[in-house]
Design a protein around this ligand. Structure first.
Ligand code: HEM
Length: 515
């Protein structure tokens, strides 16, 4: 483009229709595929726009590093999400850490979240993951056809337990997570794409009315959960959880009070559900579609864990399991468009101009299909981390492969805070599944033929999971079946007793103190 003063070069990109840009032919479904198709025409960094918002799409890891990591100082803001109230917390709403602008709320909540998650990781999640994995396996025995619900419920229960020591509302909380995920996704309400619709007056604005209800219910729940914990704490009846830790330290944190604390804690729980459940869905599909890898993982677990269900301590001894998990995340990246960063100042890259306010999209789908790094990228090859001839092979195998550091977790100052939790939960859950069950395609009882699993169909929200499919779970042996039942009975009984004992001694202490 030429101006009167100087030549300003811009990145190439598809032809832009005045005002609307390229919104008319950008499909809402599988948007990442269209972005990737354009990358093949316009190169590893190109630009497009939608209703005045400029997008710069990156499909080369090095360019993403150059901008989002090396120049993080001005590349770490977030774009506004139209269909949420004050998603960036510009006006002090303090509600959605991952969506906040680079402001003081983001900075203190990021520190808070990092510290709470690190503490949980260092304490191996207080045994919560092993406990929920045992429940999950037992549920699969009782009703294997409901496996999708069980796995999402496991992810939800783990987060609810860690944050509030209460898993009773986990199914409802999964629904809440779905509500927020839909609301923030380009493929959610139409107001995220045709943004001016959001400004219609309230009486003729169904989107704003619906969001008001969703938002208020979510905030009320978060506050109720915090207040419940405070009431228990006052009676000495609160067991360990993130909310209790906050309440015991509230005077020394730099959060502004209960509203902010309930939001940052509630958000931590929400964000940990579909991020982990999505890869779990795909892992199941991978095991059913690749029985040879399932067998290798099972043999590794049997040998290394001497017959017991694996725990986190076994992770270094289980490179094949880790390879299958990492390859699942690569094969079916669950945040395929990446999460956009917004640029805070005008900048130049490779001689091209990047205007302040541009949205930078690190297209994870493209990173994961880089044929130089991941040859035969559309197929499932865990051996790419286990055999020296592949470019991704890395030693020591006690540590690598690992999901930590994958491009899927984003870049720079905004990089995901849940990498260890994801790593650990996938090891525990996938390890437990392979230990307990043979996972297979289901047989149609009428035709006697296998029911195909279509892993190319998914939703198109920011965090993706496959469309529901059917598959079969068979306990590997009769002994294993008994063990699954037994280990859950023991764990559940112990949990009930511990809770009752805690309450008894809390009540006794309370009476003594009161007297
Ligand atoms: C496979 C699992 C996961 C994937 C692929 C994933 C991916 C991402 C991505 C792409 C971002 C944005 C990074 C950027 O802007 O550059 C992000 C941010 C974040 N993630 Fe994750 N995530 C996962 C699991 C989790 C879990 C389990 C938690 C916590 C329980 C979590 C907590 C967060 C938080 C708090 C942020 C916001 C960071 C910020 O904005 O400063 N994530 N994640």
């Amino acid at each position: 483009k030429k101006t009167s003063k100087a030549k300003i070069y811009e990145f190439p990109g598809p032809y832009q229709v005045p005002y609307i840009g390229r919104i008319h032919d950008l499909p809402i479904q599988y948007m990442w595929l269209k972005f990737y198709e354009w990358a093949k025409t316009y190169g590893p960094i190109y630009q497009t726009s939608m209703l005045g918002a400029k997008f710069i799409i990156i499909s080369d890891e090095k360019i993403a590093e150059d901008l989002l990591v090396k120049r993080a100082k001005i590349y770490s803001d977030r774009p506004q999400i139209r269909s949420l109230f004050d998603a960036k917390s510009t006006y002090g709403s303090m509600e959605y850490l991952p969506l906040m602008g680079r402001n003081k709320y983001w900075s203190r909540q990021r520190r808070f979240t990092h510290s709470y998650l690190t503490e949980a990781t260092n304490n191996q999640y207080y045994g919560v993951m092993n406990f929920e994995a045992k429940r999950f396996l037992n549920n699969l025995l009782i009703n294997p056809d409901n496996f999708g619900f069980w796995l999402e419920d496991m992810a939800s229960k783990i987060m609810c337990q860690l944050t509030w020591d209460d898993t009773s509302f986990s199914a409802m909380y999964t629904q809440n997570a779905w509500g927020l995920l839909t609301q923030m996704s380009p493929a959610g309400p139409i107001t995220n794409l045709i943004t001016p619709l959001w400004e219609l007056p309230i009486p003729i604005n169904p989107w704003k009315k619906a969001e008001r209800i969703r938002h208020d219910e979510q905030q009320a729940l978060w506050m109720k959960l915090l207040l419940n914990t405070r009431a228990k704490l006052e009676k000495g009846e609160a067991r360990s959880c993130f909310t209790k830790t906050y309440l015991q330290n509230e005077k020394t944190t730099n959060l502004s009070g209960d509203y902010e604390a309930s939001s940052v804690i509630g958000m931590m729980a929400l964000v940990g559900i579909f991020t982990v459940a999505g890869p779990l869905w795909y892992f199941l599909a991978a095991m059913a579609l690749h029985p040879e890898w399932q067998k290798r993982v099972q043999e590794e677990i049997d040998e290394q864990c001497e017959g017991r269900m694996p725990t986190l301590d076994d992770a270094p001894k289980l490179p094949i399991l880790r390879a299958c998990i990492v390859e699942t995340l690569r094969w079916k990246p669950n945040v395929p468009t990446g999460v956009a960063h917004e640029v805070e100042a005008d900048d130049w890259y490779n001689g091209c101009f990047i205007a302040k306010g541009s949205r930078i999209l690190p297209l994870d789908w493209a990173f994961m299909h880089n044929e130089d790094k991941y040859p035969d990228s559309y197929n499932y090859h865990p051996e790419r981390y286990l055999e020296e001839k592949w470019p991704t092979y890395k030693e020591p195998l006690t540590q690598f492969p690992t999901v930590k550091g994958l491009t899927s977790f984003g870049f720079g100052q905004r990089q995901c805070l849940g990498q260890s939790l994801t790593h650990d939960e996938l090891i525990v859950a996938c390890g437990a599944l392979c230990w307990g069950f043979n996972m297979k395609k289901k047989i149609n009882p009428k035709t006697g033929k296998e029911i195909e699993i279509d892993i190319n169909k998914s939703n198109s929200l920011l965090i993706v999971k496959p469309d529901a499919f059917q598959m079969a779970f068979e306990p590997r042996t009769q002994d294993r079946r008994k063990e699954i039942v037994h280990q859950w009975e023991v764990a559940e009984k112990k949990d009930i007793e511990e809770r009752a004992e805690f309450l008894r001694s809390a009540k006794a202490n309370f009476v003594t103190v009161a007297a």
